[in-house]
Ligand binder design. Structure first.
Ligand code: AMP
Ligand code: TRP
Length: 338
């Protein structure tokens, strides 16, 4: 099995885009318990709190958000005997390798990152960390000899950069890193905002009505979907350019009900938007229900999450140290005398 690594930021609440584009795939791709791959910890998932520090945030909320996100990932089905789950800041090597890779990444390539341009645009103060964010992400990935990185479509450019950095480092210093590749969902790799279907659904608090949170109560999910922006006309047809709202709902329906889009189009032929939206709402509610139930159970037992994160940090640390030693040696740094 390929070594899989992915990360998610503890900034804002987890939404349906995160779940369908990334988290659910992490859960599905875990190796079976007891298998060689599970014992090797070939599925690794990380709550990337250092990434969340690159934009303004409330310090008093960071720890609880990090814990809540780890709890949600466990509730979604990342199981202790099948995957390794940890918090980025608990493993020092992430920040250390970032520094080494900073000398390999170039200003020019970072300056071309569209996510940086989006996040920095219009801000009066932009942190150096926000600019360097993709290098930290490359360090996350390269530290674990990762083959595959399951992410949403919005991360393509960052994954390409991580590949370029690995290839350049290997070329300059000798073969050190595995060169990773991104993997993307077949449907719902980019879930769009329900109120503005030409922009992606995101954690930003700007569009609460357009964003479905995984922990939203069923009634609220239904309400948000029913008030989703559709298009003039009445036919339920997949056409992202002409009918972005309906197409987004079709993708959400396909991803949550397991019905292919082409079948869904036939299913809702002549049904009208009202009936279609009700079916989408029901499918989404059913899809997140088990996650919500397990979340409530885990929340009542925080010790379980703590134990998981302790073990995760220890295991990740040990793996990262090996790769870190390889990288510092390759880069020519003097080994610490002992
Ligand atoms: P983030 O919330 O930025 O830490 O993203 C966590 C994961 O969710 C990443 O793999 C993203 O690519 C993915 N993701 C974020 N927004 C969406 C979206 N609207 N549709 C699909 N995937 C998404
Ligand atoms: N930048 C990613 C996002 O916003 C999160 C992330 C950080 C990540 N490090 C990673 C994803 C490593 C995959 C692998 O979604």
């Amino acid at each position: 099995m390929a070594r899989v690594f992915s990360g998610i930021q503890p900034s804002g609440d987890v939404h349906l885009g995160n779940y369908l584009g990334a988290i659910r795939r992490w859960v599905e791709e875990q190796p079976p318990a007891g298998s060689e791959a599970a014992l090797r910890r070939d599925a690794i998932h990380c709550v990337v709190d250092l990434h969340a520090m690159t934009v303004p945030y409330v310090p008093a909320e960071m720890a609880s958000r990090t814990l809540a996100l780890a709890t949600l990932l466990m509730a979604a089905g990342l199981e202790p005997d099948r995957s390794l789950l940890f918090v980025q800041s608990h493993v020092r090597a992430h920040a250390e390798l970032t520094w080494i890779l900073n000398s390999v990444a170039t200003f020019g390539e970072l300056n071309r990152m569209t996510q940086f341009k989006e996040k920095s645009g219009g801000q009066e103060s932009v942190s150096a960390g926000l600019f360097d964010y993709p290098v930290l992400m490359a360090a996350d990935i390269l530290l674990y000899d990762t083959d595959e990185v399951p992410v949403g479509d919005d991360q393509r450019q960052h994954i390409e950069l991580a590949r370029d950095i690995a290839i350049r480092f290997n070329h300059r210093f000798g073969k050190t890193f595995v060169v990773p590749k991104g993997t993307y969902a077949e449907v719902a790799a980019r879930v769009m905002d329900l109120q503005n279907p030409t922009r992606k659904m995101s954690k930003s608090e700007e569009s609460p009505q357009g964003t479905i949170l995984v922990l939203d109560p069923p009634k609220l999910i239904e309400k948000k979907i029913k008030s989703a922006v559709t298009d003039s006309g009445t036919d339920v047809r997949y056409d992202p350019a002409e009918k972005p709202g309906v197409s987004n709902l079709l993708e959400i329906y396909a991803a949550t009900s397991g019905t292919p889009i082409s079948k869904a189009e036939i299913e809702f032929e002549g049904a009208g938007y009202g009936k279609f939206k009700q079916a989408v709402a029901d499918a989404v509610i059913e899809c997140v229900r088990p996650v919500q139930e397990r979340y409530a159970a885990l929340e009542a037992d925080p010790g379980e999450v703590d134990r998981r994160l302790l073990r995760g940090a220890e295991e990740a640390d040990a793996k990262a140290e090996e790769v870190m030693a390889r990288a510092t040696r390759a880069a020519g740094l003097l080994p610490r005398p002992r």
